[in-house]
Design a binder for this molecule. Structure first.
Ligand SMILES: [Zn+2]
Length: 477
């Protein structure tokens, strides 16, 4: 399908330029290229697959919701309104999708050398058979081509799910979500496996706006009074069981830090009561907010041991860093910035309580690459419960994925890692993202083979495990 002379999609892309390792990487990659995709963590919309309606237009599908794109254009002076991002509560006629597309095409050069460029080239060339790179000259024609394709049955969500070779796709929902689309999917008889993941941040983080209202909603949904410590925990257990009944196998926790705590039951109860009172009054201290989140990670680990849900911690993002922009546009517009993150001290209370339990799987991610070899690989290379999530967000790029392997493998090995997560809302780019990860893993393995550190047959086994077996096992899929 790929034109070998296509400048954007060369068959050897991302392999080392040096011929010996490149030849080995080619051989390894040819064995994993077509393996099914396991996507155990991401943010696509389950309604797409439940309703199976055609996607609307190229701009609202590929540009406006993609914060990798909006952040880069904003950094170069393009207003968010020009990309179709609507300000909260302001009367504003959004530009036509063709206009948004033209603005984007005129700035495509900004993505040179970034993974966004790799993913978008792939989407344009492989999914839509359009010209790439995108330019102002071909913008109109490319837009029309994408529209034509989107109107055909082959470009409906379920057909694409099958074409992309997805074996399983996880979305992420709050405990307050009814999971109606997941229920509809189950009832539809379509064999595609789309499951949820339990993301309790809105009812676990007392600094979330509306925290007390969220607790009330949790009470309504479960029929359990959530305003006592025991009731609150019971309500979590009930929602987790509901998520699991619709196929969820994991939870996900997006905390500012990795801090955990292991309080006595009395202290935890007192903290809960103090926190809810302060949240009602609007004078919660930052220290109690952090302590509450920290205790809840340990409570979630306890529940994971009971119900078998795999636990993921995604710390270290300073959300909505740009305060004026957050006030006007809300969250998820590209103003989240990585922070330094401590793991050794932060995870110790949870790990001392549950880290020795092989029945628990705790997958930890980082946005702080300096922690890979100093903290995360030594921790994951010791505690039976702990696994390292793949290079994430700012680092799921060719160089970022390579740095992850270079800095974790010697201490944690390959088998304390869990394969790749695409972690994306951009459904069309999922195969491209997994392809980049597979190519980089093969590139890394090829260097071990070429230096006679690993026989090629074992490297091939590892390549297959990283692409397919490890994510399936780690996420209990
Ligand atoms: Zn995520």
């Amino acid at each position: 399908m790929t034109d070998p002379n296509h400048p954007a999609l060369h068959p050897d892309r991302l392999f080392a330029a040096e011929p010996t390792t490149r030849a080995i990487a080619r051989r390894l990659y040819s064995e994993v290229r077509a393996l099914p995709i396991i996507s155990p963590h991401g943010h696509t919309d389950p309604r797409w697959f439940a309703a199976n309606e055609p996607f609307r237009d190229p701009a609202s599908l590929l540009l406006t919701p993609d914060h990798y794109i909006t952040r880069m254009l904003y950094s170069q002076g393009v207003r968010l309104e020009a990309l179709g991002v609507e300000p909260n509560g302001e009367r504003h006629a959004p530009p036509a999708p063709q206009t948004i597309w033209r603005t984007f095409a005129a700035h495509y050069h900004l993505f040179r050398g970034t993974p966004t460029r790799l993913w978008l080239d792939w989407v344009l060339a492989e999914v839509f058979s359009a010209d790439c790179p995108l330019t102002s000259a071909n913008a109109e024609q490319t837009y029309e081509r994408i529209c034509e394709r989107l109107a055909t049955p082959a470009f409906r969500p379920r057909a694409l799910f099958e074409r992309f070779g997805l074996e399983v796709l996880a979305t992420t929902e709050s405990p307050l979500d009814s999971l109606e689309h997941h229920a509809a999917l189950r009832a539809s008889g379509w064999p595609g496996r789309v499951i949820s993941a339990y993301r309790p941040d809105p009812v676990v983080d007392p600094e979330t706006p509306g925290f007390v209202t969220h607790l009330e909603q949790l009470g309504t949904l479960t029929g359990i009074d959530p305003f006592s410590w025991r009731g609150y925990l019971a309500a979590h257990r009930a929602r987790r069981a509901f998520f699991a009944s619709l196929g969820a196998t994991s939870t996900d926790h997006g905390h500012p830090t990795a801090r955990t705590e292991d309080l006595t039951e009395r202290d935890a109860e007192a903290l809960f009561e103090r926190t809810v009172r302060a949240a009602r009054r609007g004078d919660l201290s930052a220290a109690d907010g952090e302590l509450f989140r920290a205790q809840m990670l340990t409570e979630m680990a306890r529940m994971s041991l009971e119900d078998g849900l795999v636990m993921q911690i995604h710390p270290g993002s300073w959300r909505n860093h740009n305060a004026p922009l957050y006030r006007r546009f809300g969250a998820n517009i590209g103003a989240d910035i990585p922070t330094p993150t401590d793991y050794v001290a932060a995870l110790r209370p949870l790990l001392n309580r549950f880290g020795n339990e092989p029945a628990l799987t705790l997958i930890v991610f980082t946005l702080d690459e300096s922690s890979y070899s100093r903290e995360l690989a030594p921790l994951a290379g010791h505690y039976p419960a702990l696994r390292l999530g793949p290079a994430w967000w700012f680092h799921d790029s060719p160089e970022g994925l390579l740095r992850f392997r270079e800095q974790t493998t010697e201490t944690a090995g390959f088998y304390n890692t869990v394969g790749f997560n695409d972690d994306t809302r951009a459904f069309f780019s999922i195969p491209a993202r997994h392809d980049v990860a597979r190519r980089i893993d093969c590139r890394f393995l090829a260097s071990l083979v070429a230096e006679h550190r690993l026989p090629e047959d074992e490297a091939l086994q590892v390549a297959r495990d990283l692409a397919y077996r490890l994510p399936k096992e780690a996420y209990r899929l």
